[in-house]
Ligand binder design. Structure first.
Ligand code: ZN
Length: 234
């Protein structure tokens, strides 16, 4: 991977990101929660716990997570552009952002697996944006890239507009590990890659499928995550 950093104006310009769009992106820097990648508010006090209250109370199915930036109006616009295949130069830029944000996870990972798109949607869209970012990320870190390890089992409807519970039910059995994938993930620590983390339902379903199929552990890297940690039902 070329030595680009998200704080290099040249790198962002060469990917076609205007300085104006770039300065609006809120990058997530340490300290972040080790479990979900949410930024911590520092009130000048000493920061002690490595995990947010939600992750301590109810850990996700993935072991650790990192996001490059906050999912807000600014990053949503960029990710949507990318998702619809209009802006492929964003792939190496996003991979670069992630190689920095997810560095602690990449250090421990054995292989990189993108969240798959359903075949129907793969046909209607030009590409799987998670895979487009995962590939250069894996290559840059010298890790195995396993794009076909996870497969969608059933056609899930679009997640937009569904409640958190609805999303969980929708994706619960949505993923399986392929035969070839099973051989290649066995006993290994997997870095799962997706574009956005909102409720975590999709990533958890993928992580569970990988662990059931023999992965030693699964971590998650996303381009963007919602700003605050999830709220747990009381
Ligand atoms: Zn957390």
């Amino acid at each position: 991977m070329p030595p680009l950093a998200h704080d290099s104006p040249e790198a962002t310009a060469s990917a076609g990101l205007t300085p104006d769009a770039w300065t609006k992106v809120i990058f997530l820097e340490d300290p972040v929660c080790d479990g979900c990648g949410a930024g911590f508010e520092m009130d000048g006090g000493v920061f002690a716990a490595p995990r947010c209250a939600a992750c301590l109370a109810q850990p996700y199915a993935f072991a650790r997570a990192r996001a490059a930036c906050v999912y807000d109006e600014a990053s949503r616009g960029l990710i949507l552009k990318f998702k619809h295949g209009d802006h492929q130069p964003f792939a190496p830029l996003f991979a670069c952002w992630l190689s920095r944000a997810a560095a602690p996870l990449l250090d421990e990972a054995d292989a990189v697996v993108p969240v798959p798109l359903h075949r129907f949607r793969l046909l209607s869209r030009r590409f799987n944006q998670a895979a487009e970012v995962a590939r250069p990320l894996a290559r840059g870190a010298g890790l195995d890239y396993l794009p076909d390890a996870l497969v969608r089992q059933t056609h899930t409807t679009t997640q937009g507009g569904k409640s958190a519970r609805g999303r969980r039910l929708n994706v619960k059995k949505a993923f399986a590990v392929s035969e070839e994938g099973r051989r290649r993930i066995k006993g290994r620590r997997i870095l799962l890659v997706d574009d956005v983390l909102t409720t975590g339902a999709t990533a958890e379903a993928c992580a569970r499928a990988l662990i059931e199929a023999g992965a030693r552990a699964v971590d998650l890297a996303v381009i963007a995550r919602v700003r605050t940690a999830r709220e747990l039902p009381t």
